[in-house]
Design a protein around this ligand. Sequence first.
Ligand code: SAH
Length: 462
Amino acid sequence: MDDISMKPQQVTITALSEEGEGIGRLDGMAVFVPGALPGETVECVLVEQKKNYARGRLTQILAASPARVAPPCPYFPECGGCQLQHLDYPAQLEAKRVTVQDALERIGGFKGIEVPLTLGMDAPLRYRNNGQYPIRKVNGQVRIGFFKAGSHEVIDIKDCLIQPEINGRVVAALKTWIQETGVTTYNPKTQEGVLRHLMIRHSNVTGGLMVVLVATVKAMHGEAALVARLVGAVPEIESLVLNTNTKPGSQVLGPQNKVLFGTERIYGEIDGFEFGISPLSFFQVNTAQTKVLYQKAIEFADLKGSETVFDVYSGIGTISLSLSRKARKVYGIESVRPAVEDAVENARRAGVEHVEFIAGKAEDVMPRLAEQGIRPDVVVLDPPRKGCEPEVLRTLLDMKPEKIVYVSCKPSTLARDLKILCGGGESGLEEPAYKLVAVQPVDLFGETGHVETCVLLSHKNS
Ligand code: SAH
């Protein structure tokens, strides 16, 4: 293929990418086709061509997958939030299993690994505990919804099927208030206007809501009327916060919060522990499936009670506290200081004293702990999408914990890191250090292409 041609090309789709696009091959080159499903033969026009891959726009489905369904959501595929509404749920779980298996084989160099079926929800609906809705006015009409796929245009959405139904009531009440008061909305091009985002978070402890309005100002006109309007319409609101974000760019929240009504935080429960959720704290968005994922991590760690454990990338301490039930000592390592402060407070509230949280980058903290002669028996890794820094993996290879449990939200970086921990050859190790014992994908993000994976490694000498 020399140039991008407008001529439709026929492609057979064999897998889904981590972003939920169909993947096929043309003359040996990978072609990503959004909207196409594994097992389908489709026609597409190439819209982008790089050295190693191309991207196609689906023009016709020549042979549809039997797993293709009518999308339950009327905003699909225009809305950029979901990518797999047109694939039935069992097939989504299987496609994610294949994504993990492919990454381990292709990038990790593992052969003959049998990845079991992705652990899923009963139905991938209404599962999110956190919704972030951009707010815009277009020709005088208020839009509160999500960005259109591949753009910054906001689609007005009355009810998002992966969010709780009650969110629609908050959206409707806010919209009426904006229309009535004439308050301006943000224009990212001119950086003018007041209201930027609506965030709604849910407590699985009380069933109550935290509503955060993100604005470019520190105070709003008519705050009391706003409170009366929103809380009047949705009495489940336990906390209403004004967050100020004056910075241009795509980051939703700014650093400053002012409570307009109710409490400063709501609480989420996982594994019997309660976690304070404030506007800026990280909390996994699918609480029920997070429990499934962490249970797997705990099962893989198989602690006896005498171990020193590292929970690296510990966030607000969710995994650390669960692990603390059966460990002599747990060290949580986390780079975001407010998250560490939350973690310390969560441990204090739970009365857990043998967990220590250290603020700093894992790649700096781990070598320091090694120098102090602190050696873990078991390490849990739960890094962001980009995976672990090489220094973290090098330190692990020196520390030689008996077990490493790797919780990953991106199969490709997981596979890359596992290759370093397990591989000889390119890892620079004379002998492979770890062996891959078990893999389990878990679905936290139904209807989207993302998948979480929990992996158990054990040291060859243990
Ligand atoms: N285990 C937690 C958080 C996982 S998300 C939970 O499940 O809730 C990944 C975490 O890694 C985030 O809290 C992020 O702030 C943190 N992080 C990102 N880069 C880091 C680094 N270099 N060192 C330590 N923590 C980091």
